[in-house]
Ligand binder design. Structure first.
Ligand code: ADP
Ligand code: ADP
Ligand code: ZN
Length: 206
């Protein structure tokens, strides 16, 4: 099954996509994670993407589309994959439709005014990328999965988050109508505990 996870920054796409990936044994492809790894490794893709990501803007399609195309054509995607963070606008969705057949689009819906707190309170594992939130961490400072150090993403400051939310409204939100029209869209309530969101997603997919 080829699945796209839609939803505003902070809606819970990464958290849920990781769980669905484990449940169905299909890879979780997060363009944001791939960019961050490339930035860490100082690759040409990382160097090209960094300035845009730091400003909360979209990385140009010349960089992004080839990257996704290449990743989807790898062997481990034969039985399906989960896209998280791609497509991010209608133009990317149209290109995606040319090289992959999408079976379901899960839109994680959450009230817009809750996103700022989710994002500024987010901490991520510097090794595996797992997401956490300060509200639930207490004094824990390492990843429960791999023991990696938890850090705050450079673009999770309030100014950059605001910019990313503006970009979401202008460019990504129109994808809801796009996928609604193609009959693929499934809404899931993201404003409930992680395990309940997961149950709803599994129900929708099965
Ligand atoms: P996205 O990938 O959509 O940007 P994340 O999965 O990284 O979102 O989640 C954003 C923040 O919200 C993280 O700090 C995460 O721990 C937290 N979070 C995710 N899902 C929930 C939920 N159902 N309830 C409360 N907090 C959540
Ligand atoms: P979030 O957790 O807020 O949903 P992501 O990790 O998906 O954020 O993305 C972080 C940044 O990476 C974005 O703000 C953008 O600069 C860049 N990015 C990720 N995916 C794409 C894409 N499909 N097209 C363009 N830029 C992207
Ligand atoms: Zn980890």
């Amino acid at each position: 099954m080829n699945i796209v996870f839609l939803g505003a920054p902070g809606a819970g796409k990464g958290t849920q996509a990781t769980m669905v990936s484990e449940r169905f044994s299909i890879p979780h492809i997060s363009t944001g994670d791939i960019f961050r790894q490339n930035i860490k490794d100082r690759t040409p893709i990382g160097i090209a993407a960094k300035g845009y990501i730091d400003r909360g803007q979209l990385v140009p399609d010349e960089v992004t589309i080839e990257l996704v195309k290449g990743r989807i054509s790898e062997d481990d995607c034969k039985n399906g994959f989960i896209l998280d963070g791609f497509p991010r606008d209608v133009a990317q969705a149209e290109v995606l439709a040319q090289f992959a057949k999408i079976d379901a689009v899960i839109d994680i819906v959450i009230p817009f005014d809750k996103l700022m707190k989710r994002l500024t309170g987010r901490r991520v594992c510097s090794k595996c990328g797992e997401s956490y939130h300060v509200d639930f961490l207490g004094d824990v400072s390492v990843c429960s999965k791999c023991n990696g150090k938890l850090i705050q993403r450079a673009d999770d400051t309030s100014e950059t988050v605001q910019q990313r939310l503006d970009v979401y409204m202008a460019k990504t939100a129109p994808l809801i109508d796009y996928y609604q029209n193609s009959g693929l869209l499934k809404d899931v309530n993201g404003d409930q505990p992680v395990s309940d969101v997961f149950k709803e997603i599994i129900k929708v997919l099965e």
